[in-house]
Design a protein around this ligand. Structure first.
Ligand code: ZN
Length: 343
């Protein structure tokens, strides 16, 4: 019988040369090419490696395109700095999905995870984590795409000068977020400078190029000490993660449902909204939950349903709002944030 319980546990592959065909592979071809999640460790002139993870979510291809560009640029030459690349959820990439239904989310299983302790995936990421720390990596970068429209931004878990400097190299906006245990970035907080690079929507060569330039810049820099740039960084703090209640039906296109949201709700991402901002129509007293950093549901402090209209009740800045109902159910509707003043 083949079922979710019978699936083979993923085992981490490791190699110290580029697997043949890797530089030309498409995301859906990696499962056959690599056989599973793979840690590739390449030498470079500076020994302290840069660690980059890609395809933690199988439908987010920016990391593969970026790393292929970087490595092609140095083909036949030694890298300026050693590079560790974790190619993550290749099984999900083969299907073009964030994760397979029976899999845990690969960006929720890193050390510190609460929900997936003891799983094969958590063991695998613990092994990678240990190796990255043991090699004295200079930084950890996790490359992602968004499903909704968002400007490029970093997600960071600590406000140290080194982390702000790293984030400032990537984009002018950064989100300070400690809310989800088990992310790659959270697992390295306090150990090495770490950030998630959110690189806009998938399947965009301009986004791959931006990410490639960023990785190249870090590889080429001798030190990652704070410099110019972070003063201009717009820094936000997440107030909570917003989800649609499981018992509430959802539609994005006006079809009858308990909650009907605008399909272009992602236009509000990184826009400072006013109280009263309309989000959709609801026939439920509070169709959303909003979980703050302490795990409390604070939806009632930020949203209101009046006369069937769902509105924001406080001035906030949304991020990562998505109009993809599958992502809403697998992950979340999005986040609310507030702007932080410079330290
Ligand atoms: Zn992602």
């Amino acid at each position: 019988m083949n079922g979710p319980c019978e699936r083979a546990a993923p085992v981490l592959n490791r190699c110290d040369t580029l697997p043949p065909g890797f530089l030309e592979a498409r995301p859906h071809e990696l499962a056959d090419l690599l056989g599973g999640p793979t840690l590739i460790e390449l030498p470079g002139e500076c020994e302290a490696p840069l660690f980059v993870s890609i395809l933690m979510h199988g439908n987010e291809d920016v990391g593969l395109g970026a790393i292929q560009r970087v490595l092609k640029a140095w083909r036949g030459r030694s890298l300026p700095r050693a590079l560790m690349v974790l190619v993550g959820n290749v099984a999900a990439a083969a299907e073009g999905v964030r994760r397979q239904e029976f899999q845990p989310d690969y960006n929720r299983v890193w050390p510190g995870t609460l929900d997936h302790i003891g799983t094969a995936e958590a063991q695998m990421m613990a092994e990678v984590h240990e190796r990255v720390i043991a090699r004295g990596a200079c930084a950890a970068i996790d490359l992602h795409n968004n499903t909704g429209r968002n400007p490029f931004y970093s997600v960071i878990c600590e406000r140290s000068p080194e982390v702000l400097a790293l984030a400032g190299r990537f984009a002018g906006r950064a989100v300070l977020f400690r809310g989800v245990p088990g992310t790659q970035t959270a697992s390295f907080a306090g150990r090495i400078p770490a950030m998630t690079a959110e690189c806009g929507k998938p399947a965009a060569s301009a986004h791959e190029e931006w990410a490639a330039q960023f990785v190249t810049g870090v590889l080429e820099s001798r030190t990652l000490s704070p410099g110019e740039g972070e003063d201009d960084l717009e820094l936000y703090r997440t107030l909570g993660v917003v989800r649609v209640r499981e018992d509430v039906s959802l539609s994005f296109d006006g079809e009858a449902a308990d909650l009907i949201l605008a399909h272009d709700i992602d236009r509000l991402n990184f826009v400072a909204t006013r109280p009263g901002q309309m989000l959709g129509r609801a026939n439920h007293a509070m169709p959303l939950t909003m979980t703050d950093g302490a795990g409390r549901d604070v939806a009632g402090e930020f949203f209101v349903v009046e006369g069937g209209d769902l509105r924001l009740s406080r001035p906030v800045t949304p991020a990562m709002l998505t109009g993809d109902p599958r992502i809403v159910r697998q992950d979340c509707l999005g986040y609310l944030m507030e702007r932080l003043e410079p330290a």
